[in-house]
Design a protein around this ligand. Sequence first.
Ligand code: PLP
Ligand code: COI
Length: 341
Amino acid sequence: MSKDVNIDWENLGFNYIKTDFRYISKWKDGKWDDGKLVTDNKICISEASTCLHYGQECFEGLKAYRRKDGKIQLFRVNKNAQRMKTSTDKLLMPEFPEDKFIDACMQVVKANEHYVPPYGTGATLYLRPYMIGVGDNIGVKPAPEYIFSIFCVPVGPYFKGGLTPCNFNVADYDRAAPRGTGGYKVGGNYASSLQSHKLAAEAGFADCIYLDPATNTKIDEVGAANFFGITKNDEFVTPHSPSILPSITRISLMQIAKDYLHMPVYEREVFIDKLDEFKEAGACGTAAVITPIGGIEYKGKMHVFYDEKEVGPVVKELYRILSGIQFGDVEAPEGWIYVVE
Ligand code: PLP
Ligand code: COI
């Protein structure tokens, strides 16, 4: 941490700050160029780009963590590269190869090393890889050219208060269609979530729960995070649905629950009118980490899980292990950690 960047690390929220370098690579004539780091945070594209009109865009989110010994590490970056491939395949965009993706993330973190928050502040460096369809085009078809880029931002908690429980309501609208793009990390899903989020925030909730779009009876997502619950029998349960984004935090928690806490783990339907089966619940994701769910309001009634103010013991333990692995204090399963050399 040579350069002093004058940031109040302890009080960072989830807000954009321009950092020094970003990575950019362009796809033209059927191939990616070599890619490079640049300092400019503006991109200049054709007014007829498919990303502007037809939503041909996808993105990822992952974090770099400062360890106690000062080194920096990434968490399961290979999974982000693989998930981006599912998104690019879905939107008929060119694959950005996994090895190049990982190398580009490393380059961005190294070049912005002084923006990786100090160990102990709880803050991290959030990396935002994305791909957009660009070039001159007006018909509804895949773009002739693409840009892949990664920028980074030092961030604190996504939901205010870190491990403090948050309350959620149930959205009146769906974020994705049945057999649509809910399982992919594409911009359109987020555009269609903005109104529900606004309505939830205006009603005093941290965000909203999306039900499955086909029957509106089962929990799909918690805003931009996945749902998990701890049953009264100490099982870890998380929804099974084709319209949920396959969260990397969630598959990690499923393994942690099984291998570290020796809990039975189930991916199955979670009915919104059967929340009584859970004694604790949480939202999980890269940005959300683990946010305890205090309660969920559904059809005018508030269902409280453990407590609206206090985190429950199982969610707390899952958080301790997950963040311990991410910050290098707890031994990680093989292949989860990528040290930035
Ligand atoms: N669900 C949605 C809709 C998201 O945007 C995210 C964030 O990436 C997640 C879940 C959590 O996924 P991950 O744990 O891979 O960050
Ligand atoms: C993430 O957790 O990485 C997300 O992408 C969530 C949100 C900021 C879109």
